[in-house]
Every structure is written in structure tokens, then in C-alpha cells.
Design a protein around this ligand. Structure first.
Ligand code: C2O
Ligand code: CU
Length: 495
């Protein structure tokens, strides 16, 4: 079914055959605009998003596209990005994963005033750490990111192992029926994330004559995959998703970024691959794996590399357990094999790569003798204040979760315990990377695993640690932005 691509996809791909022999790893993407240099302007504005020929959404965008343009900068470069706001609501830009000075972190009411309609703000920071990042609004983010206010940011290393093709795939999901948008965001009053509106109750807006199951009383975790049934890659869905065009023998990198609300389990058909980095941080001597699923949670990034040594027509795909969903499938097309049939997927269930045992163990950079120590128990509760469903840390919602008041130079150890029966909590720390020390009480046996967003699944516990080396007031929250809007947010503060 992926053999015949529509006109839009074909036109997009005429640029994909451009030579990729520049000295720095050049982006090979034809499906998004790539901006290079060190001074950029991003204009927040409304725009029509054509997910495919039949599916259009009124999106909120940076520069008119979803995702916004990829900003591609060199490590060590001082970058300026001017945000102009042409939307009817205030917006910001948060540089997800990249440690920037606190006053450039884009948190309205905390690190800056939100940029009002018709106003602008210039972000300036030095791109110190190479890797795959993304940017998104942090104002009403459960709504604004959902409407499309995000893009990718790649910091190219000073010295890079060259690849022949370098693709970025930004994953997201959309609702068939946008009237359900209020259901997930909630009404939690928290910095930069609240809707400030009363959420519709699931019973009232869900079953309104559409072909939807009755979601009355359904948990958030069960409801989300039923609501968000259109999966997109770089703003396209189904057969409109642009194929990755490769030649036999090429070394290919795929940068995966999850900008959505759902985790995606992806299978790279036919090829052995390596996960070379996660959240921009390299893994040490990663092994080749094959027929294993990569699970990417909201906010996470994974960079894969493989050698294109299996001519044919393949997919990077997810099989959805929801039969109503348009599944996520990115064609991989070898030059000269444009008309080949895509391979059938394997019938057997595939195992998921365990990132905590992945890569060769190398020396940890942390010794934790005198660390500040805190435990976050994430749970789903009824908010004592208003009786609404709330996502809590230690039984509290933001701003009542006590912040981590630390000192510059401290080593901080945080234990995450996911007590929710079904909800996944990808916990994200701003301004720092943390090292994952243990999972369910067992030390991490793989590469030193350094991340800014850690996918904590129901029943799991992790211990992570970070160094307080970037003073300021930093958000620490679940990157299911609906959970964050319903309270699952803390802060780290130091001068
Ligand atoms: Cu991706 Cu607090 O953000
Ligand atoms: Cu969560």
C-alpha cells in the first residue's frame, strides 16, 4: 500500500536526491525546511496543516509548518533566535534538552514573560552540547504543543563521524475530532502549562455522534490512544509520509523525536541498527540489534544508525494496537527499487530494546557519597482542592510539590517511583542531563545512560543523579503535557 505515493510526497522528494557530500553532516530531509547558521527568526502563526490529501488541521506553527524548521547549528556557536508572535495568545520557546542559561529557557512567569501577540523576544545561548534536541512553546503547552508549536534542533559536533544520509523524524498524533482537545489538558494551575479553562467532562464531548467508543469514566491512559488516532511523521500521515531515500552501501542516521502525547514502538524492518545516542547523549559502544522495537516516549530522542545493505522496500513502522488508528509507517526506499513491494511485517511479537542494558558499560561520572536525596512518587489521585483528577508527585500537584532547593555544586539524587496503575510518566528535567543509576533496584549495566527525559512506566522505579552546575529555577515535570497540566510538575532551584 505504500508503493504509490501521492503527488505532494513525490514533489517533496525531488530535493532528496541532492548530493550529501558536504563536510559537516548535512540534513538529508526533504520533508522539512532546514535552517543553518547562527541567527534565526521563528514566527509563531496559524497555518493549515495538510496531514494528507483528506486531512487538514488548523495548526499553530513556527514559520508556517509543522514541525517548524529544523535549526541546525554547530557546537560551540552562539545562537540567536528571534521569536515573533502572530498568534492570538502569548507563546514562548523552550529548548528541550539543551542546557541553556536559565533566562533563555522559555518558561513564562519563571524565566521570562510570555511573548504577547505582536511582540517579539530574542533568545541567545551557546550550543555547547552536540546532539538531537527539539524546541516547543512552554506557554499553555498541553494545548500549544498539541496544536503544532514545535520543531527540531540539531547541534552538530565539532568533529563528527560522517554519515551519508541524516534524517530527522518528528513524531506526533492528532485527533480525528478536535472538539476533544480539552479533555486531556486539564485545569491545573501551573506555570506555563495550564489551560486556564474548565475541562470538558469526558462524558459530554466524546460521544457526540462520531464513531467513537463511549469514553465516559475511562482512564486517561485508555482514552488517549482512542482520541489520538492520526499518527504523523514530520507533519504527514499515512501514504503522505515522505520516504527515506537511500543508496546501497550508505551509512544512514535517523534522528527520532517524540513531540506527541503517546509512546511509539518502532520496528526498523530488514536492517540491523545501532542506537548511537539518546536525548543527544552518545551511548558507549552500542551493539547492533535487529528485529527489536525501539520505544520512544513523549519528549525523548533516539539517534539510530544503520548501513543500507538490504536493497528493497522497507518500513520503519509501528503496529498500532488500536484498529481505528492510522498506523505510523515511514517507507525506506533504495535507489533503483522505487517500485518494489514493501516487505510484509514479521508476524512474531518483537522484543523491546532495553536501553538500560544497552551499550558497553563505561566508568560512571558520579560518586554519590554526599548527595541531596529525594524520592518522587508519581501517581494519579483525586485533587483534594477541587475533586478533579490530578497527576501528583508525592501526593501533591504543582505548585504544592516542594521544590528541590539545592546549592550550586551539589550532586542531586532523585528516585522516581511510578505508582500509577496504567500511566507512563516520561520525567523531564530542564537545564541539565541526569545519569540513570539504577532501574528497579538493579544498577544500570549498559553504557552510562545520560538523559533529560526518562520514560518511567507503571510499577517501575529508577534512581537518577545530576550535578547542580547551571543555576536558576528549572522545571522538572512529566512530559505527557496533559499530566503536567494536571499537576505533575516540580522544580529545582539554586543561585
Ligand atoms: Cu519539552 Cu518543560 O519541556
Ligand atoms: Cu505523566
Amino acid at each position: 500500500e505504500h508503493a504509490g505515493h501521492n503527488m505532494a510526497a513525490t514533489q517533496d522528494n525531488t530535493q532528496a536526491t541532492a548530493p550529501v557530500t558536504q563536510p559537516m553532516a548535512a540534513a538529508s530531509d526533504s520533508s522539512m525546511q532546514v535552517l543553518t547558521g547562527n541567527a534565526f527568526t521563528l514566527t509563531a502563526k496559524e497555518s493549515m496543516l495538510h496531514l494528507d490529501d483528506q486531512t487538514m488541521k488548523t495548526a499553530w506553527t513556527y514559520n508556517g509548518t509543522v514541525p517548524g524548521p529544523q535549526l541546525r547549528v554547530k557546537q560551540g556557536e552562539t545562537v540567536s533566535v528571534t521569536l515573533k508572535n502572530e498568534l492570538p495568545e502569548p507563546v514562548t520557546i523552550h529548548w528541550h534538552g539543551l542546557p541553556v542559561p536559565n533566562n533563555m529557557d522559555g518558561i513564562p512567569g519563571v524565566t521570562q514573560n510570555a511573548v504577547k501577540p505582536n511582540e517579539s523576544f530574542t533568545y541567545r545561548f551557546t550550543a555547547d552540547v552536540a546532539g538531537t534536541y527539539w524546541y516547543h512553546s512552554h506557554q499553555n503547552s498541553s494545548k500549544q504543543v498539541d496544536k503544532g508549536l514545535y520543531g527540531s534542533l540539531v547541534v552538530e559536533p565539532k568533529t563528527s563521524a560522517p554519515v551519508d544520509k541524516d534524517f530527522t523524524l518528528v513524531l506526533d498524533e492528532w485527533m480525528q475530532d478536535d472538539s476533544m482537545a480539552e479533555m486531556h489538558g486539564g485545569s491545573g494551575a501551573m506555570a506555563g502549562m495550564n489551560h486556564g479553562t474548565t475541562p470538558a467532562s469526558p462524558g459530554t464531548s466524546a460521544g457526540s455522534g462520531h464513531d467513537m467508543p463511549d469514553m465516559n469514566g475511562m482512564s486517561d491512559a485508555k482514552m488517549m490512544p482512542l482520541m489520538y488516532t492520526i499518527f504523523s511523521v514530520n507533519g504527514k500521515t499515512g501514504s503522505a509520509i515522505a520516504p527515506l531515500r537511500v543508496k546501497e552501501g550508505e551509512k544512514v542516521r535517523i534522528r527520532l523525536i517524540n513531540a506527541g502525547y503517546l509512546s511509539h514502538k518502532l520496528n526498523l524492518q530488514g536492517h540491523a541498527f545501532k542506537i548511537v545516542s539518546t536525548d543527544g547523549q552518545p551511548l558507549h559502544n552500542p551493539p547492533l540489534v535487529k528485529d527489536q522495537l525501539l520505544n520512544i516516549a513523549p519528549g525523548e530522542r533516539y539517534d539510530l544508525e544503520f548501513v543500507a545493505n538490504q536493497p528493497g522496500a522497507w518500513l520503519l513502522e509501528e503496529k498500532s494496537s488500536n484498529p481505528g488508528a492510522k498506523s505510523l509507517a515511514v517507507p525506506i526506499v533504495y535507489e533503483g527499487q522505487e517500485h518494489a513491494q514493501h516487505q510484509a511485517e514479521s508476524a512474531n511479537p518483537l522484543p523491546v530494546v532495553d536501553i538500560t542494558t544497552y551499550g558497553e558499560a563505561a566508568k560512571s561520572s558520579f560518586s554519590l557519597d554526599q548527595a541531596y536525596d529525594v524520592t518522587y512518587r508519581m501517581d494519579l489521585n483525586t485533587d483534594t482542592r477541587d475533586g478533579q483528577m490530578a497527576f501528583t508527585i508525592n501526593g501533591q500537584t504543582f505548585p504544592n510539590v516542594p521544590p528541590l532547593d539545592v546549592q550550586k555544586g551539589d550532586l542531586i539524587k532523585v528516585t522516581f517511583v511510578n505508582n500509577s496503575p496504567e500511566d507512563v510518566h516520561p520525567m523531564h528535567l530542564h537545564g541539565h542531563f541526569f545519569q540513570v543509576l539504577s532501574k528497579n533496584g538493579k544498577p544500570i549495566s549498559g553504557s552510562p545512560l545520560r538523559k533529560d527525559t526518562l520514560n518511567v512506566q507503571p510499577g517501575e522505579s529508577y534512581v537518577v543523579a545530576f550535578a547542580a552546575d547551571n543555576p536558576g529555577e528549572w522545571m522538572f515535570h512529566c512530559h505527557d503535557l496533559g499530566h503536567a497540566a494536571k499537576g505533575m510538575v516540580s522544580e529545582v532551584k539554586y543561585a
